[in-house]
Write a protein that binds this ligand. Structure first.
Ligand code: FE2
Length: 164
């Protein structure tokens, strides 16, 4: 219960946190693999496990478990901004832009290691993958709480090395 108590102590008084403030809270939470272990859930209907630990009108905290060599859908976060911390394992964060047809076009990719945070500014489209042989567990804060998040299909646009 220690992690839930810590989340409730730190999140209950928040007003309208931005990504920077969410990152500060995430750092102050000092979440370890031992603290988060009791809240790691197995996938159930999604390719990854998801467990909501705290939710108010202002902010939501979720534990995400991506099994080895699995990935999330390509998605946005509706109107929410967020920040995540990789607590266990390695996470590959792939950023996309929507093209004129609303399909996802690759923009960038970052490897996020244990103890590192990843920001999710409002409007960001991304996909999280676990390229490793062991599980990846991350803690996510979103403000406002997630609603209206969309998934995307990957655009069939290819970058060619030739034009004729
Ligand atoms: Fe996300």
């Amino acid at each position: 219960m220690l992690l839930i108590k810590r989340l409730s102590d730190m999140l209950s008084e928040l007003k309208r946190p931005d990504v920077r403030e969410l990152k500060e809270i995430m750092t102050a939470l000092d979440c370890t693999p031992e603290l988060i272990a009791p809240y790691v859930s197995e996938p159930d209907g999604l390719p990854y496990g998801r467990n909501v630990l705290f939710r108010s009108d202002v902010v939501e905290a979720i534990v995400v478990h991506i099994p080895a060599r699995s990935e999330t859908y390509i998605h946005d976060h509706g109107c929410s901004a967020g920040c995540a911390l990789v607590v266990e394992g390695i996470l590959l964060n792939t950023i996309y832009k929507a093209d004129e047809r609303g399909e996802a076009v690759y923009a960038a990719q970052f490897r996020v290691k244990e103890g590192q945070t990843l920001p999710a500014p409002k409007g960001q489209i991304h996909q999280m993958s676990n390229p490793g042989a062991r599980r990846t567990v991350s803690l996510h804060l979103y403000s406002p709480p997630l609603s209206g998040a969309k998934t995307y299909t990957r655009s069939e646009q290819y970058v060619l090395d030739y034009v004729i």
